[in-house]
Design a protein around this ligand. Structure first.
Ligand SMILES: Cc1cc2nc3c(=O)[nH]c(=O)nc-3n(C[C@H](O)[C@H](O)[C@H](O)COP(=O)(O)OP(=O)(O)OC[C@H]3O[C@@H](n4cnc5c(N)ncnc54)[C@H](O)[C@@H]3O)c2cc1C
Length: 433
């Protein structure tokens, strides 16, 4: 079968769905394709979906703040009818403990972007989040190291952003975006894999799928998540990328929240660089905990995203849950691991690549590095803005497109996300971006 479209988006995760929606809004006939059987069922479905604003660069902070308004106005943004079930932003706040990021770097960026925050001392942390121990245990250590069990060496402060929180159902958010795209004429092909990117005279012509079907289109967007490098290989563009993308295995574990933690309510999302985790409350009285890539842990890089362990492993579970138990001393340790393994698509400097390529019409929204779920409402618009400019002859490589936030009016230079950049030295080279 041969079909035509104005634009193809490879991947129906939160990023691909956001790009499909924004391109459909511009009037393009979009077809989204995914090798899996359901929209948003790749790495997006495993996301901790924390909404926070502390990044190491102006662009990172400004993008996450702009995106927050998209989540707050989600129904209007999607044009969704009142009866449609939508993902929700639960505004529980975000607490960034000392040791997570450099305050001296982040707080001036908050001031510049206009993000409200409060500085908390240890006593305020105790009062605001009962059950949370503000003891200083860092730098992070392996739990097999006797030093891990040493008493606290002083106390931590923190900063708190009341507007942070999390999205209650990340896969539903992707489905919401795709439903909105379909309302505007987009098509979705599931259960089929892109096996070739078609090109002629240095211009993309479309894709071929494993089923043998061909979709012809002058625009193809790689939003393949942890498969991003493989899709770039199909397009023959990897040689020009100064920043690589690679799959990284991560685990997230679930533990019952102890009675009385955060007064029995949903506590804030907590970034605990002092012990090397992040955690947040989850529905059903649970806490989920993930890793913040402390230097003492070995990163699990994956060669082929089709082959990784999706079950939680005891060593990683012990590390994350025992670190959480130091921070919340009343935590009960379950008898066995509960959680999962999933993949980040990590860029060399942990900052995504939203860009064109030298294959005209072939674009990338990749390298989301475990920290771009929250940005989906703005990433779709980044890509639509970039694609429109490039398709109208703008040379984004030499004269980067500047994006203006609809809500915040902040100007974000999209050259920040270039495939041709030198690795950003300000990055923390971890999930905080
Ligand atoms: C455990 C975990 C926790 C996270 N926590 C947070 C968080 O708290 N906050 C935050 O902001 N971000 C977080 N992230 C990051 C965020 O979830 C991801 O950046 C985002 O979901 C990536 O979306 P995506 O659409 O790029 O990728 P995916 O959701 O993986 O979608 C890519 C899709 O492309 C499809 N595909 C790939 N190759 C092909 C092909 N050849 N043909 C057809 N289809 C193909 C795949 O099947 C897949 O469905 C987390 C990620 C993980 C894994």
């Amino acid at each position: 079968m041969t079909q035509t479209a104005d634009a193809i988006v490879i991947g129906t995760g939160i990023i691909g769905a956001a790009v499909a929606y924004e391109l459909a809004l511009t009037g393009l006939r979009v077809i989204s394709v995914d090798r899996l059987g359901d929209v948003g069922s790749g790495s997006t479905s495993s996301s901790s979906s924390v909404v926070r604003f502390h990044y190491s660069t102006f662009e990172g902070v400004a993008a996450s703040w702009e995106a927050k308004f998209g989540w707050e106005t989600w129904r209007d943004y999607l044009g969704a009818p009142a009866e449609q079930t939508l993902a929700r932003l639960l505004r529980v706040g975000c607490l960034i403990l000392d040791g997570s990021t450099e305050r001296e770097r982040v707080l001036p960026l908050f001031e510049q972007v206009g993000i409200p925050y409060q500085c908390w001392d240890a006593e305020t942390i105790r009062q605001q989040v009962p059950g949370l121990d503000p003891g200083r245990y860092g730098p992070p250590k392996p739990v097999t190291d006797d030093a891990f069990w040493a008493d606290a060496d002083g106390e931590l402060g923190a900063y708190f952003t009341p507007d942070g929180g999390f999205i209650d159902d990340p896969q539903l958010a992707a489905r919401n975006l795709m439903a909105a795209a379909m309302q505007r004429g987009a098509g979705v092909w599931l259960h089929d894999e892109v096996v070739a990117i078609l090109e002629k005279k240095a211009r993309v012509q479309g894709i071929r799928l494993r089923s043998g079907s061909v979709i012809q289109s002058p625009i193809v967007v790689n939003a393949a998540g942890p498969y991003s490098h493989q899709v770039n290989v199909l397009a023959g563009v990897t040689g020009e990328f100064r920043i690589r993308t690679r799959p990284l295995r991560q685990e997230v574990h679930s533990v019952p929240a102890p009675a009385g933690y955060a007064r029995g309510e949903m506590g804030p999302a907590v970034m605990d660089g002092d012990l090397g985790t992040y955690f947040r409350s989850h529905l059903g009285g649970q806490l989920i905990v993930g890793g913040a890539e402390p230097a003492c842990d070995t990163l699990q890089w994956i060669d082929d995203p089709d082959f990784f362990e999706p079950q939680p492993t005891r060593p990683v579970w012990e590390a994350q849950v025992l670190r959480l138990a130091r921070r919340i001393p009343s935590l009960g340790i379950p008898p066995r691991p509960v959680g999962f393994g999933a993949l980040y698509d990590v860029a060399d400097d942990w900052i995504p690549i939203y860009d064109r390529t030298s294959l005209a019409g072939f674009y990338v929204a990749i390298g989301t590095s475990g920290n771009q779920f929250k940005n989906a409402p703005v990433v779709g618009r980044f890509m639509a803005t970039l694609i429109e400019a490039c398709e109208n002859g703008h040379d984004h490589d030499s004269d980067p497109v500047v994006f203006h936030g609809r809500f915040t009016k902040n100007a974000i230079n999209l050259g920040h996300y270039s495939r041709l950049r030198q690795a950003h030295p300000e990055s923390v080279y971890g999930v905080m971006g």
